[in-house]
Design a protein around this ligand. Structure first.
Ligand SMILES: [Zn+2]
Length: 279
């Protein structure tokens, strides 16, 4: 029988957090909502930006697997069903639902400018999912408020009205998408910054790019609800990155480094392969 009232210790942070919802219930509901979102929005399927989002997603996924394997939790991600989609929408936004369902909006690309900066964003969003920030919030209060039973989350949502589904998405931190602002706490945001940066560095991206990137984001002001609403002010954030996250990301990356599937690496590999074939 499943225990409904539980806590779990996060293997990355070592923190004990509330987990009233099981992963299987949460993931099922999340996968459902993701499919619905893709149906209702314009997915960009071809072109270099769509390819970049997929390539980046694969790199981040591999880095996450390598990291959990390294800390002795090789099965932690076994129920993840990673998916990465670029959606044509001018919002400066991106998110990752529980279980690895990622959306990047085309509106964020002019701000990221390069793949390392987009890796900063994707690392941050995936870190929210890996650290179960949405799950904690769903656990803390939403289930009671919504009258949903933890054990029947997916079933409850399937038949729920639009309002209930909207609140569920808001609890997962993607509320800006559906018009309900419910940002993550500042503590969750700082955690997502820190662990996300380590993740992108393990994936082979340059953590130094996070500094100019967050500077560009700060210049966007209130147009970036997920990223700025509860975040530390830009000066504090950049100081934290420089003093703490970047050095730690470099140390971890040196230990767990992955060859990134960057465009240059792929082109180089193809060139070498062609040269070998011509010999
Ligand atoms: Zn965030």
């Amino acid at each position: 029988m499943a225990a409904l009232l539980t806590c779990e210790t996060d293997p990355l942070t070592g923190k004990t957090t509330l987990a009233l919802v099981s992963d299987s219930e949460l993931f099922a509901a999340s996968f459902d909502q993701y499919a619905q979102f893709l149906n209702e929005n314009q997915v960009v399927k071809t072109g270099s930006n769509a390819e970049m989002v997929k390539r980046l997603g694969e790199n981040i996924k591999n880095a996450a697997q390598r990291w959990y394997t390294y800390i002795g939790e090789p099965n932690y991600l076994k129920d993840y069903k990673w998916e990465y989609n670029l959606v044509d929408d001018p919002q400066i936004n991106a998110w990752c639902l529980p279980g690895g369902k990622i959306v990047v909006y085309t509106g964020i690309l002019p701000v990221t400018e390069n793949e390392d900066a987009l890796a900063t964003v994707m690392g941050h969003e995936v870190a929210h999912a890996l650290l179960n920030h949405g799950k904690q919030r769903v656990s803390v209060g939403f289930l009671q408020e919504l009258g949903l039973m933890a054990a029947g989350l997916a079933a409850s949502l399937a038949g729920a009205d639009e309002n209930t589904q909207t609140l569920f998405l808001a609890a997962l931190g993607i509320g800006a998408t559906v018009g309900v602002a419910l940002p993550f706490s500042r503590e969750n945001e700082s955690e997502a910054d820190h662990y996300g940066l380590i993740l992108m560095a393990i994936a082979g991206y340059n953590p130094e790019e996070s500094v100019p990137f967050w500077g560009r984001m700060a210049a966007q002001g209130s147009r970036t609800p997920e990223f700025l609403s509860t975040h530390p002010d830009p000066t504090t954030r950049i100081k934290d990155l420089r003093d703490k996250s970047i050095p730690e990301a470099k140390r971890k990356a040196a230990k767990l480094h992955l060859d990134p599937l960057k465009k240059e690496s792929i082109l180089k590999a193809k060139k070498i392969a062609a040269e070998i074939n011509n010999q």
